[in-house]
Design a protein around this ligand. Structure first.
Ligand code: F6P
Length: 543
């Protein structure tokens, strides 16, 4: 991988000039002056219709952004990524979540060994295990079939699985799946309070098996279990997913119940591995396989399609355009599907833990903006919550609108209302409402000119707010796989161009270290070695 400061490229300099030229152009005029604009800025691929024409871009912007990608050697970087080179250089690891969904005949080498057969072996185990639990042939210690599954994990060992099981709830079977992540004791106790140990299966998911939250929750659950069940039965009810096999065994889990994962899969990209066991249990292995298949199709699209027609590349470049030239700090992601309720929070970890970096790949401090702040909630709920700020606030918030042509329960009346809002919002954000339009409306309502003059400024919408419309045929395991993979590759493209390492997360370590230090201080009640604010707070807590 070449480490190029993007601001030193010709494309960047030209983009700066270009920005000055078009920064005040209104998209309303861009559409008025070009009837074919929507066609020229839309990518149709499989069941995805991605319209990025409602952005403050011209053909020149697109060419310059594509030139930026070329000058940053994006193509070579993609080959290094898929080829298993150790692109996570600060941890000296490849980044191969794509190998988890690769074709079974693929040959992807890590240190000279093809990892695909091993991946296939683990997938076969996930399949057998899921079928046995769902089918009731693998039972709890009293011979009863399992009714409940509890995933204990945090960050990537929780957010991906919980987001996908929620998103694909429609495809769920009879198993009740629960998630415990927070070290807040109320989370674990609230979850287990109505569970029956005889019919509950626990999945302890931790890549490192050193995470305080997960180990504390697992210990609490194990103690709760042992209150009513003999220790020898633990092996029937506890399963683990980890790279740290020794630590899992030390915890008391039967080695037969350990599903391995690999250090070449980042936690926040691990839902495709055995970390996704809860997904496979919730929706069945065949659906889990379709999820992987969808992701693989998006991988192929990303790898093989020209940048011009490449969905992750285009969305990544447009986001850089706003982040680095317009100074936009955040992006909203609004799924028009209640099932995708957790998608924005999943993306927060995927995007912000990956690209929230301020040191470049040469070890130098960056002098340009990197990772965007991600937030969002499903539409239409969000329209009645924070859309006011997107429409009329002072900040520029590029927004992705994700919607589906067909609903799952086929309630056409609801779907039409939902989608009418989906389309209306992007149109309103684009066009806004001019003073003349407001004036006309108020006149029509027979308001006096004095009243109109008093109120009109508040009713004007400047518009010109950028959106991407991602319209998908239907929410299925396969389309969900494609959607997640799209954002994964968008993260990669941005990391390459920003010249940062997207696959480490040193920034979360400091808080962890200090929490352990403070925890130790609680037992001795010595809280001296802190700033005065923290010291006072600790004293108040301990008093
Ligand atoms: O928050 C930091 C982090 O390392 C995440 O990247 C990771 O997904 C999470 O903690 C959980 O880690 P583990 O799976 O090792 O318990």
């Amino acid at each position: 991988m070449k480490n190029i400061n993007p601001t030193t490229t010709n494309a960047w300099k030209e983009l700066e000039h270009h920005y000055k030229k078009i920064q005040n152009e209104h998209m309303r005029d861009m559409f008025r002056n070009d009837e074919r604009r929507a066609d020229r800025f839309t990518i149709q691929w499989e069941d995805f219709y991605v319209d990025y024409s409602k952005n403050r871009i011209t053909e020149d912007t697109r060419s310059l952004l594509l030139q930026l990608a070329e000058e940053c050697h994006l193509k070579e970087a993609i080959n290094s990524y898929f080829g298993g080179e150790a692109i996570n250089q600060t941890e000296n690891r490849p980044v191969l979540h794509t190998a988890l969904r690769a074709d079974k005949n693929a040959d992807i080498k890590v240190e000279g060994e093809n990892v695909v057969p091993e991946v296939q072996e683990v997938k076969a185990r996930i399949k057998d295990f899921s079928n046995d639990i769902i089918g009731g042939t693998r039972k709890g210690y009293t011979g009863e079939a399992f009714t409940d599954v509890v995933n204990i994990g945090i960050g990537g060992s929780d957010l991906g699985p919980v987001m996908v099981t929620e998103s694909l709830k429609f495809y769920k079977n009879h198993l009740n799946v629960h998630f415990i992540s927070n070290v807040d004791g109320d989370h674990v106790h609230e979850t287990i309070k109505n569970l029956n140990p005889e019919t509950t299966l626990f999945l302890i998911v931790s890549k490192t098996f050193t995470t305080m939250e997960t180990l504390s929750n697992a210990t609490t659950v194990r103690e709760w279990f042992l209150k009513s069940v003999p220790e020898k039965e633990v092996s029937k009810h506890f399963v683990a997913v980890s790279t740290n096999l020794q630590k899992v065994e030390n915890f008391g889990i039967d080695p037969k119940n350990i599903f391995p994962m690999w250090d070449w899969v980042g936690g926040r990209f691990s839902l495709w591995s055995a970390v996704g066991l809860s997904i496979s249990l919730a929706i069945g292995y065949d659906n889990f396989e379709s999820l992987l298949e969808g992701a693989r199709k998006m991988d192929d699209h990303f790898k093989e399609t020209s940048f011009e027609e490449n969905i992750p590349v285009q969305l990544a470049l447009i986001s850089i355009w706003y982040n680095n030239f317009f100074g936009a700090e955040s992006e909203a992601v609004i799924p028009y599907s209640q099932y995708l309720d957790k998608f924005p929070s999943y993306l927060q970890q995927a995007i912000m833990e990956s690209n929230g970096k301020s040191v470049d790949r040469n070890g130098e401090k960056v002098e340009y903006q990197t990772g965007t702040i991600i937030w969002g909630e499903p539409g239409t709920n969000s329209q009645h919550a924070f859309f006011q700020l997107i429409h009329q606030g002072t900040k520029l918030i590029p927004t992705d609108f994700i919607g589906f042509k067909y609903s799952l329960f086929n309630d056409k009346s609801h779907q039409d209302k939902l989608m009418a809002n989906y389309f209306a919002q992007t149109e309103a954000l684009l066009n806004g409402k001019t003073e003349e339009e407001v004036q006309g409306e108020l006149k029509f309502k027979a308001l006096s000119q004095e009243e109109i003059d008093r109120i009109k400024a508040f009713k004007v919408f400047k518009g010109n707010n950028p959106t991407n419309t991602i319209l998908i045929e239907k929410l299925t395991p396969e389309s969900m796989g494609k959607l997640i993979s799209l954002y994964e590759h968008k993260i990669f493209v941005q990391g390459i161009i920003w010249n940062i390492f997207s696959y480490d997360q040193w920034g979360v370590e400091l808080g962890k270290q200090l929490a352990n230090k403070i925890l130790a201080e609680f037992s001795t009640e010595t809280v001296d070695n802190h700033d005065s604010s923290t010291k006072n707070l600790l004293k108040f807590y301990l008093s």
